[in-house]
Design a protein around this ligand. Structure first.
Ligand code: SF4
Length: 434
């Protein structure tokens, strides 16, 4: 099993950019404000399952579609499944209950197909899965991580790929410190044998729209990557271990930081942004302004900073909930209460029996709806052996994409800008009026 390093993985953004983060996290753990291990959630669990599925398929030569609507252990057995998950993952996720839905299959298939294709294009290359890279000797600290897939080419090319199952945050390939760190680890570990010249660092993130597509890479020469290690990683680790490391808040480092909900520097910066941006807006003491009373510039400032302030508010909320639930603090204005689910049957068979006795013609079942296009494709592939392109072509013949409305998107969004409908209608009205 791969060793977990305190400096590595998705927290790389944090420790590389905020020297004071490690000491803040350690102090928060010591004070009992946050647990020692980051608690997982639904999304991290989904990511773990998807990674396991990808690794199993690549390692055992299976197709993600072989798992459609089945559990992983039902296909490869419980013992083998346990080989692909570490102890804490096995404690938290019951794979005997987790069905491989089309969401898993379609996303993981893109990853698996890409890695297989690259491996075969790079003739004579070696594919390593979950290869552990340690930079402990390089930086003199607990630094490193496991790369999802490393393809070691014999012609001087190394490719390191990282699969991202999440769809909440778009992960960029250029300058990505996590893949760079793995690339650096791979050079340190394998360069003597392979003599690499170029490193391709790839992000595969199938569930998020990106103008460059689901698979995006940056390519660096070995020299450039080694320079990055020397000028960025080494000094950052040195600063982390200095006596009074500075807290440097910023969007990316705070987003992934474990103390973002309790960190003063992060709070001050979020408030400063809010105050600076909204300082010209005259708000009554206890009421927020009605949207229609804002000028368009004020509204623009609020909408463009919405995400940043929301993130901070969510981080504070998550911190407060964890702290109160753990019993370490009490808040005067809040209390813990039971969460109650929606109504559910105690025993489905009993109610069906009773209703049938009362109304023999009654059908208690909600007829299943037709499968979604994505589910239909997966189903055709899994049950009838269709190739991905064939299944897509067949299903696409019966599909259409209809406009369901318009949305406000940041100017950097890849979609084409459209004219406001009112403006178009108004123009037609003026034309007709002539
Ligand atoms: S929340 Fe931001 S500023 Fe605070 S320790 Fe973490 S990364 Fe640094």
């Amino acid at each position: 099993m791969a060793k977990h390093h305190s400096l590595g993985g998705s927290n790389t953004y944090t420790w590389l950019n905020c020297p004071g983060s490690r000491k803040s996290i350690e102090a928060a753990i010591e004070a009992g404000l946050i647990p020692e291990e980051s608690p997982g959630n639904k999304y991290t669990e989904e990511g773990t399952v998807a990674h396991a599925l990808g690794e199993i398929c690549l390692d055992m030569g299976l197709d993600p579609n072989d798992f459609y609507n089945k559990t992983i252990p039902s296909v490869i057995g419980k013992k083998r499944t346990a080989k692909y998950l570490n102890k804490s993952e096995l404690e938290h996720i019951d794979l005997t209950k987790e069905l491989m839905t089309s969401e898993y299959i379609e996303a993981v298939e893109i990853y698996v197909n890409y890695i297989r294709e690259q491996h075969s294009i790079m003739e004579g290359s070696t594919l390593l899965l979950e290869e552990s890279y340690s930079l402990e000797n390089y930086v003199n600290d607990d630094c490193g991580g496991s790369a999802d897939a490393s393809i070691l080419g014999v012609k001087g090319l190394l490719e390191v790929a990282d699969y991202k199952h999440g769809k909440g945050v778009v992960v960029e390939a250029p300058g990505n410190p996590q893949t760079r760190l793995y690339g650096l680890g791979a050079i340190l570990k394998h360069n003597d044998e392979y003599n690499f010249k170029e490193v391709k660092l790839t992000i595969i993130q199938p569930r998020v729209f990106h103008t460059d597509g689901a698979i995006r890479s940056e390519s660096l020469s070995v020299k450039e990557l080694l320079k990055w290690g020397r000028t960025v990683v080494k000094p950052a680790v040195k600063l982390l271990n200095s006596d009074n490391p500075e807290l440097i808040p910023g969007e990316k480092q705070c987003m992934w930081c474990r103390v973002n909900g309790i960190c003063k520097a992060n709070a001050e910066q979020a408030l400063m942004v809010a105050q600076k941006e909204f300082s010209d807006i005259a708000l009554p003491d206890d009421v927020l302004a009605e949207p229609q009373t804002l000028t368009i510039e004020e509204a623009n400032l609020i909408v463009s900073n919405k995400k940043r302030i929301e993130k901070w508010l969510n981080a504070v909320q998550a911190y407060v909930e964890t702290a109160v639930e753990s019993g370490s603090v009490e808040l005067p204005d809040f209390k813990l209460v039971e969460r109650i689910s929606n109504r559910q049957y105690k025993n489905e068979k009993s109610i069906v029996r009773r209703l049938k006795r009362l109304h023999p013609e009654l059908n208690p079942y909600d007829e299943p709806k037709i499968k979604s296009p994505a589910q239909m494709e997966s189903y055709l592939k899994a049950e009838y052996g269709y190739k991905p392109k064939e299944a897509k072509a067949l299903v696409d013949k019966f599909c259409e994409r209809v406009k369901i409305g318009i949305a406000l998107a940041p100017i950097t969004d890849g979609r084409k800008a459209i004219e406001p409908p009112i403006k178009t209608e108004f123009a037609e009205f003026v034309d007709n009026d002539k």
